[in-house]
Design a binder for this molecule. Structure first.
Ligand code: AHR
Length: 664
């Protein structure tokens, strides 16, 4: 502390101290912010989000459906459903029994159930939801189902919402008739809020009823859409003002096997025709088995594009390149059989951007969006490595650039930020002339701090970089004990000064993974945590938010003794101009346990006398946010005064400080 103080006492410090009467107990750091010339534009895509259906992020999370396995398509068709008064090994004369039936010529929706009711007073069919159903008192829920009478005279379906103790908190009776499939819709308003509710169905009359697509949605979804998204979760995403949305993964794109890869064409069109698929994270980790994790694709590619549009984010879809996840089977599609995969990419561009008289443009229009989505980027492969990837990438590259020369193709450098796979991938992709390369790093907080200089030496004329997946791991990659604590968030904040300082090269960045259900997760850490009723941003979320909502428009330099601030005295900094707001923005990250006096000296433009500082700070590096204390670590706003060309600021121990000062 004393040595730091001595080291940094220069003329400016003495002057500033005289002017502002600042304490001398802290070290003083003199930074020069040069507003006289801009280095590079900050791309609107600089800070974005990466969504993958991991940790129940889609079904059970963002996708607001409350019924698990609504159309009986899981491998075990009755998973999620129970019949408490029935016994598989009995005729159930006092109740009844439901059995799955397979359509012979089904395309997507292959199963329904035949509910046989022998005693209407005895038979019950329950759905457990996704670790229960979050139900809110006074809110309206839309209950829908398809039914047909098959035998006898079942005349009504009665739906009950239950609380944790099995008490009814809402009920409705829906008359049914006719031997043809019909869709029934009613609204229902519960009289109690419950975290782990469930659905109970009973039936009037006896006989057999076909039942399918049993669905329960809040009507209060994001933008009030049917088949919509959970409002609180989209709000958290929207608040980030993301520059892009990368979707739908991640390893989920690749599949553990090729057969189980993500196929976008199966996720568009009427929801009831979208075939379900086992989620690849279902049995990935022995320590977090989630055998009931499937993808209904109710949140499919159309919805991802729509969400991007809602948030003003560039859509960035990632497609399989013909290699199953190399951490799993690594199955390869032979090069001469790659055509359908490549066609999927070309058709996706048509789906997103094509006119309504093209086949895929028409599908988009029929789904209610005749205007193009104006997609600019497409990703080929996720975390592939080796010659197998490069060979396949070349085929995609040629086909896409020939037909759609304006589309920017995002390639990948594999799962690691260094080592053989990385070196090889980068070298080959540079030779091909790749436009944007996606890098991933899940490393320790120390690595993040040490790598604030990572991009300083990247070729300014080479491919642009997409830091597509990164997060500091408090324990180790894929450890269930990783925490979203302040230590990890602060290290990311320090690292991000390096991303920003290299905005000439780094043009897209996103934290990963995005979301996790408090009970349904497989992977930690995650930026947003939610349960069936609530959600909160982690400290890592607030770091992302501070960068994203204060990115500015143009990079400028901030230096100390002519050098970038990349960890000297545990300080990191980056700076931008915001030409729209007419402000200069300086980000200072103090990773030291000491407060540090920062003297900001501005050159090139005149400043107004007062600005503000958005501060994230916490002295306990293990501190986390939680459902009980959701904003324990969240930004507070302070004032900063400017005298002529100098502003003094005390950066608290362990703090991220976003300083915004209006320009005259
Ligand atoms: O973010 C979780 C996983 O980490 C992603 O699916 C994958 O791309 C990476 O290995």
């Amino acid at each position: 502390m004393i040595s730091q103080t001595l080291k940094k006492t220069g003329l400016m410090a003495v002057l500033a101290s005289a002017l502002f009467g600042s304490p001398t107990a802290f070290s003083q750091q003199e930074l020069m912010v040069d507003m006289s010339k801009t280095i590079a534009p900050i791309q609107p895509t600089m800070y974005g989000i990466f969504f993958e259906d991991i940790n129940f992020a889609a079904d059970g999370g963002l996708y607001a459906e409350l019924i698990k396995n609504r159309s009986f398509e899981f491998t075990i068709p009755m998973m999620g459903w129970s019949q408490p008064n029935s016994d598989r090994h009995s005729y159930n004369n006092e109740s009844g029994f439901a059995m799955p039936v397979k359509y012979f010529e089904g395309q997507g929706n292959l199963n329904f159930i035949r509910v046989q009711v022998k005693n209407a007073g005895g038979y019950e069919l329950h759905n457990e939801g996704f670790r229960g159903m979050g139900i809110k008192e006074g809110n309206t829920y839309r209950f829908t189902f398809d039914a047909k009478q098959m035998e006898g005279a079942i005349s009504a379906v009665n739906a009950f919402l239950l609380d944790e103790e099995g008490n009814t908190i809402a009920e409705v009776s829906v008359p049914v008739s006719g031997s043809e499939w019909k869709n029934y819709t009613v609204e229902i308003v519960p009289n109690k809020t419950v975290m782990k509710g469930s659905l109970k169905l009973t039936f009037d009359g006896t006989g057999e009823l076909g039942l399918d697509m049993v669905s329960l949605f809040p009507t209060d979804t994001w933008n009030g859409r049917e088949n919509g998204l959970r409002k609180d979760l989209v709000q958290l995403l929207n608040d980030l003002d993301p520059g892009f949305l990368r979707f739908p993964g991640g390893c989920i794109v690749e599949g553990r096997t090729l057969a189980r890869r993500y196929q976008w064409k199966k996720t568009v069109g009427p929801v009831e025709e979208r075939p379900s698929l086992v989620n690849r994270w279902n049995t990935e980790f022995d320590h977090r088995l989630t055998p009931d994790y499937y993808q209904s694709f109710g949140l499919g590619f159309f919805e991802y594009f729509q969400l991007s549009e809602d948030m003003g984010a560039e859509p960035l879809p990632i497609l399989s390149c013909g290699i199953a996840c190399q951490f799993n089977t690594g199955e390869l599609v032979p090069i001469d059989e790659l055509e359908p995969y490549v066609q999927d990419a070309l058709d996706l561009i048509e789906f997103a951007n094509g006119s309504t008289d093209t086949p895929w443009g028409k599908v988009r229009a029929d789904m209610g969006h005749p205007e193009p989505f104006n997609m600019k980027y497409i990703g080929v492969g996720n975390e592939q490595w080796g010659p197998e990837y490069i060979e396949r990438y070349k085929v995609f590259n040629q086909a896409i650039s020939e037909k759609y020369p304006d589309i920017i193709i995002v390639s990948g450098s594999g799962p690691f930020p260094d080592g053989d796979y990385f070196e090889y991938g980068m070298k080959e992709l540079k030779e091909i002339g790749a436009e944007i390369i996606d890098e991933h790093y899940y490393r320790s907080p120390e690595w993040f701090k040490e790598n604030a200089t990572r991009y300083d030496s990247y070729d300014r004329n080479g491919p642009k970089i997409f830091a597509g997946e990164y997060a500091a791991q408090s324990v180790a990659i894929a450890s269930p004990d990783n925490k979203n604590n302040w230590d990890t968030a602060l290290a990311e904040a320090a690292f991000m000064t390096g991303l920003e300082r290299n905005a000439e090269v780094v043009q897209l960045t996103s934290y990963a993974p995005l979301m996790a259900h408090a009970e349904g997760w497989q992977w930690t850490p995650d930026m947003i945590w939610f349960n069936n009723l609530e959600s909160y941003g982690t400290p890592n979320y607030y770091v992302q938010k501070l960068y994203s909502t204060n990115k500015g428009t143009d990079l400028i330099s901030v230096t100390q003794d002519g050098k970038n601030l990349v960890g000297q005295d545990e300080l990191y900094a980056s700076a931008t101009l915001d030409s729209k707001a007419g402000e200069v923005i300086v980000k200072v990250v103090n990773t030291s346990s000491d407060a540090q006096e920062v003297s900001l000296n501005f050159k090139g433009k005149k400043l107004k006398g007062k600005g503000k500082v958005l501060v994230l700070k916490e002295e306990n590096l293990s501190q986390e946010n939680s459902f009980e204390s959701q904003k324990e670590i969240s930004p507070v706003t302070e004032e900063i005064k400017v005298k002529d060309t100098t502003a003094m600021y005390e950066a608290s121990p362990y703090s991220l400080n976003v300083i915004r000062i209006p320009i005259k």
